[in-house]
Ligand binder design. Structure first.
Ligand SMILES: NC(=O)c1ccc[n+]([C@@H]2O[C@H](COP(=O)([O-])OP(=O)(O)OC[C@H]3O[C@@H](n4cnc5c(N)ncnc54)[C@H](OP(=O)(O)O)[C@@H]3O)[C@@H](O)[C@H]2O)c1
Length: 403
């Protein structure tokens, strides 16, 4: 049961009081009995761009309809109503959405086992605000360009809490590379790498979305950087971003090369591949070396999602080298997110950070445009074809918007 009333204070403070849990109001510091923000659709509509604009009543969206690590089996393209923003929300017209290796972990239900289909998918997007709720209008307006790291990005329009939005100067896909891939490398290296000038850093999947940033941050810290990749094209790219020794593991044996060229071992490993690559990375750690577990993509397409490793001897190897293995999961480091984004945006603006984007221009069926091509984009990544961050374009503002 709930009684609702509105308190309007200029354009913000609006609350509804209802029976329920107790807490402290973060804005006023007073105690309250369950607090909700306004869901005043008539007023909220005032801030929407629907009237006389090109916002349609329905949109396309990708929805997980069945749990599977096979993205095509798990996900369906659906036509649904364009949602209306609640009080603190922004409605974003997505222009670019980012593909992440973990999109298939998400569609397999590995992120939140309690989540049952149907549910939304896609971790990040960038676009324009086309509608917003009342309290969100205190800091945002229609036409703002924003990026976000929030569920449900694989849609033409996504509702996000205004607090989760990252203001960006324009809708460039390069900004999208920073939200997950860049932030992961920045925070993991800073918090867990203990990097020091002159040390050697090995980055696996170095030419990909997050690997490209790990290479650059290690180089900026004055380290010697070794990066693994599967093609000469990627090796060429890695050289342009400061990788001292790209190793094309498809044409030279990784273990042999590391043993021969780095007999002392490497001080830090930014490890994304797992399985035999993880085993090899443990073996090549120097004394007091740190291996950061970023992911284990080589297992994601299997039923368990987990590639096998030679774990039995792990304690012995770590003890003998006083080495350590450190896990990193971005959602656990959101306290460091704002600083990371600010720093990377600044570096990018100054031309000190390369944010390589791969929209599939060289993919067999061409550039990734439209939600339908998310499927192809995921497969392209899993075929190891991408150079930089895989990004899908969702239409052009000049074609269908008055913004
Ligand atoms: N912990 C976190 O919070 C976090 C956040 C973001 C990403 N990640 C992890 O970072 C890793 C990279 O993710 P990303 O989204 O940036 O992808 P990505 O690096 O852009 O693409 C994946 C790359 O992995 C390489 N790869 C090596 N073995 C592979 C295999 N067996 N199957 C498929 N690809 C293989 C491929 O490059 P080559 O062909 O050149 O080897 C491929 O291009 C993943 O493990 C992901 O889970 C973790």
């Amino acid at each position: 049961m709930s009684t609702s009333f509105l308190l309007r204070n200029g354009r913000r403070a609006i609350s509804i009081i209802s029976g329920g849990r107790r807490g402290t109001d973060a804005l006023s510091g007073v105690n309250f009995i369950s607090r909700h923000f306004i869901i005043d659709l008539s007023y909220s509509t005032h801030f929407m761009d629907f009237k006389g604009s090109s916002i349609p009543s329905s949109m396309k969206k990708l929805v997980v309809t069945k749990l599977s690590q096979n993205f095509r089996d798990a996900v369906a393209l659906q036509t649904v109503p364009v949602p209306t923003p609640g009080d603190g929300e922004l409605l974003v017209r997505n222009r670019f959405v980012g593909i992440n290796a973990s999109d298939i972990n998400y569609s397999a239900g590995r992120y939140d086992p309690t989540l049952k289909p149907p549910f939304e998918v896609g971790f990040e997007g960038i676009g324009e605000v086309v509608g917003l709720g009342l309290s969100a209008s205190a800091h945002h307006t229609v036409g703002d360009t924003v990026a976000y790291f929030y569920d449900g990005a694989f849609a033409e329009y996504t509702l996000i809490p205004a607090k989760k939005s990252v203001p960006v100067p324009s809708v460039k896909p390069e900004f999208l590379t920073l939200l997950v891939s860049g932030a992961t490398a920045y925070i993991a290296m800073k918090k867990l790498g203990d990097l020091a000038a002159g040390q050697t850093v090995l980055v696996t999947a170095a030419g990909g979305g997050t690997g490209q940033f790990a290479v650059q941050f290690a180089k900026q810290a004055g380290c010697h950087v070794v990066g693994t990749c599967s093609s000469n094209e990627k090796a060429g790219f890695l050289k342009t971003i400061g990788c001292d020794r790209p190793i094309v593991y498809t044409s030279e044996d990784l273990a042999t090369t590391l043993r021969k060229e780095y007999p002392r071992g490497v001080d830090v490993v930014y490890e994304s591949v797992g399985g035999s690559t993880f085993d090899l990375a443990v073996n090549c750690l120097a004394n007091k070396g740190r291996l950061i577990v970023i992911g284990f993509i080589s297992g994601y397409q299997t039923a368990s999602g987990i590639p096998t490793i030679r774990g039995g001897t792990l304690p012995v190897k770590l003890l003998q080298k006083s080495a350590s293995i450190r896990g990193f999961f971005l959602p656990h480091f959101l306290g460091d997110y704002k600083e990371a984004m600010g720093n990377m945006m600044h570096s990018f603006a100054k031309g000190k950070l390369v944010c390589e984007v791969d929209c599939g221009d060289l993919a067999p069926e061409g550039r990734f445009v439209g939600l339908e091509s998310v499927f192809r984009a995921v497969e392209y990544m899993y075929a190891g074809k991408n150079v930089g961050k895989v990004v899908v374009e969702l239409g052009s503002p000049s074609l269908d918007s008055k913004l």
